[in-house]
Design a protein around this ligand. Structure first.
Ligand SMILES: CCCCCCCCCCCCC/C=C/[C@@H](O)[C@H](CO)NC(=O)CCCCCCCCCCCCCCC
Ligand SMILES: Nc1ncnc2c1ncn2[C@@H]1O[C@H](COP(=O)(O)OP(=O)(O)OP(=O)(O)O)[C@@H](O)[C@H]1O
Ligand SMILES: [Ca+2]
Length: 591
């Protein structure tokens, strides 16, 4: 028996999957009581590769675990049979013809996608503001009890939203039982962070970092009961310096609100701190670096946001906040950059000499222009058409499956990253036992005049280049893609650049070569007077260094390296990739 009741619509804000929610006396199974909740021991913490298989719809291949709780509750004015198992919450209409307005007969949310559960006290008048609506009820009791489940909802192109669905019943005990059971399941999600340290760069990108955090991220963290120590940076390297000294034991993760440069600061602080704690000397180029325990989350608020885009598939702050909340974890490779046995920087996305180095140098003079400084400087650099002579020596990644020309990109749960990452670690240990000569034989050298030398640890996808500089690069396979763009005409270089923005193969040009490598070195033909030993190396590589080479149209000056958006002063560098040194609160690009 249903009677008409009036109730206010919920406040606008987070999206409701089921817009209007009705109250109903809880009908319990099998005889009016809820199904028993069996006590469970917490599952061990699992990484992305294991967790992804748990997060799929229950209709997929995994066997359905036994229910923890089953009740008849009302959702969107319709009675549903609601079932909770260890892995999924689902609600099935008891009157299929009047199923949800979307026409879906069976709705479900994996437990790993649930953000929060809250008891929603609503009486006949309604606590929340909004317009009045007529609603039915099976009960004459004016006090209704409801609980709301907030969960991840996938929307367009890798975007995630936080949706909510409210379940009503008039039995307070039943409501409590559901809230308790759901919260117990959330507590078992061992990878979720509880306490974070958050750094906000107020000057990155369009200077919206603080606003983005306050308006979009903080309310979600609050909903998910995540507490945070928030530091709005006051100067460059504030975050890095803080991380090197601070007590990090109490945190479950670090969040960078800003762009690639801000992430780079946070990453440097964390990696250096980890090496310092382990007594590792970062200046030693072949040191086996110790992987970092804490995960880093990125809330994109920069100009390029390449690291976020290439690991999530979009640069949306809400999506990134949700990945942090549900505790995603994805390892990533990190390259270390040295100059003459002196540590310079780490890189996770692009190390670019020539075109991207010159663009960055020019763009730093125009920071006031915001993100459009890159287009302006990129255009100027394109017109200048400088090329640089030098030698690139590299160690090909022969043990790793996959090549930079693969048609398939790295995606969430990537098997190449999972397996080749493990194999690579083993083979790296074995390599150390081989004699140096044998190792030296594998090195290859390419000499020439280059418009750009790009080394990518990941695809480097970003809004300007949705597939990235190296579309098939892997996040965690322990390799880098080395892209050499030889001197060519402006028109050909433009053709190559345009291919960064569409689906055409940017490596399918005679003047472009690409290699998957583990290490590389660059020696410029012309170097600073102070780099006398580099000049010696140069003499070996190029013969007698000639400062007035008559046939060379290249200017005899150097470019700089663009290291994840930061400038490296030295041109002569040695780069080595460290497989899976860092972990991010992401899962890679979902298929
Ligand atoms: C005709 C259109 C060609 C468009 C080509 C677009 C290619 C864009 C590729 C972007 C790759 C970004 C890799 C990530 C680098 C980050 O670690 C770093 C820090 O955030 N960002 C940059 O260095 C920022 C680098 C931004 C570089 C922008 C370059 C824009 C070039 C414009 C050339 C126009 C020529 C037009 C001639 C008529
Ligand atoms: N309070 C601050 N004042 C000045 N500079 C800062 C401050 N906090 C951080 N920085 C520096 O600002 C630089 C750029 O920041 P960020 O990466 O956030 O923005 P962006 O350069 O616009 O974006 P992208 O790197 O994505 O292109 C970083 O190198 C960082 O070290
Ligand atoms: Ca890689």
């Amino acid at each position: 028996m249903t009677e008409a009741r009036w109730m206010k619509e919920p406040r606008a804000g987070r999206r409701r999957t089921t817009a209007r929610i009705a109250g109903v006396r809880g009908c319990l199974f099998p005889d009016g009581g809820a199904e028993p909740v069996a006590p469970k021991s917490p599952p061990p913490a699992r990484d992305t590769f294991q967790r992804l298989s748990d997060c799929r719809s229950p209709a997929m291949e995994r066997p359905v675990p036994p229910p923890l709780l089953v009740s008849r509750l009302l959702v969107s004015e319709q009675p549903f049979e609601v079932t909770l198992t260890e892995t999924v919450l689902c609600w099935q209409p008891l009157r299929p013809k009047k199923a949800s307005s979307s026409g879906t007969g069976h709705l479900s949310v994996p437990v790993c996608d649930i953000v929060a559960v809250c008891e929603t006290e609503e009486d006949g008048i309604g606590k929340e503001s909004g317009r009045w609506q007529k609603m039915p009820s099976f009960s004459t009791d004016l006090t209704l009890h409801a609980f709301t489940v907030y969960h991840v909802q996938r929307s367009k192109e890798h975007h995630w939203e936080c949706n909510e669905v409210t379940f009503h019943c008039s039995d307070h005990l039943l409501c409590n039982q559901w809230v308790k059971a759901l919260k117990e399941q959330l507590d078992l999600q061992a990878m979720r962070p509880k306490h974070l340290i958050i750094f906000i760069n107020p000057f990155g990108g369009k200077r919206l970092g603080k606003q983005i955090y306050d308006d979009k991220v903080a309310p979600l963290f609050q909903l998910a009961c995540i507490t945070a120590d928030v530091i709005v940076t006051e100067r460059a390297n504030h975050a890095r310096d803080h991380l090197i000294e601070a007590d990090l034991e109490k945190y479950d993760g670090i969040v960078s609100v800003g762009g690639d440069g801000m992430f780079s600061e946070v990453m440097h602080g964390l990696i250096s701190r980890t090496q310092k704690n382990s007594g590792i000397d970062e200046n030693y180029p072949t040191a086996e670096l110790v992987p970092c325990d804490l995960r880093i989350g990125i809330i994109p608020a920069g100009s390029t946001d390449c690291i976020c885009y290439a690991t999530v598939g979009t640069n949306d702050p809400i999506t990134s906040a949700l990945h942090i909340i549900i505790g995603d974890s994805q390892p990533i490779d990190v390259s270390s950059v040295h100059h003459k046995h002196m540590f310079l920087k780490y890189s996770v996305s692009l190390l670019g000499y020539g075109f991207y180095g010159d663009t960055l140098i020019d763009s730093e003079k125009n920071r006031w222009m915001g993100p459009s400084r890159y287009n302006f400087s990129g255009f100027k650099t394109f017109l200048s058409h400088h090329c640089y002579e030098g030698a690139v020596s590299f160690l090909p990644a022969t043990e790793t499956p996959g090549s930079p020309r693969d048609p398939k990109p790295c995606t969430a749960g990537c098997h190449i990253c999972k397996y080749s990452g493990d194999q690579l670690k083993v083979s790296q240990k074995a390599m150390k036992l081989k004699c140096i000569d044998e190792e030296q034989q594998q090195w290859k050298v390419v000499k020439g005049k280059f418009l750009a030398i790009n080394s990518t640890n990941m695809s480097c996808a970003c809004p300007k280049s949705p597939k990235g500089l190296s579309p098939a690069a892997h996040l965690a396979d322990g390799t880098i893609d080395l892209i050499l763009v030889h001197k060519c005409s402006r028109l050909n270089f433009l053709r190559h650049l345009i291919r960064h923005t569409n689906n055409d193969d940017q490596f399918d040009h005679a003047f472009v070569e690409v290699h998957r490598v583990k290490e590389f070195k660059f020696t410029p033909k012309y170097c600073d007077e102070e780099d006398t030993d580099i000049q010696d190396v140069g003499k070996n590589l190029f013969g007698q260094i000639c400062r007035d080479h008559p046939s060379c149209s290249c200017a005899q000056h150097q470019s700089s390296w663009n290291c994840d958006g930061e400038i490296i002063k030295h041109a002569a560098i040695e780069v080595r990739v460290h497989c899976q040194l860092l972990k991010l609160f992401v899962r890679g690009i979902e298929k």
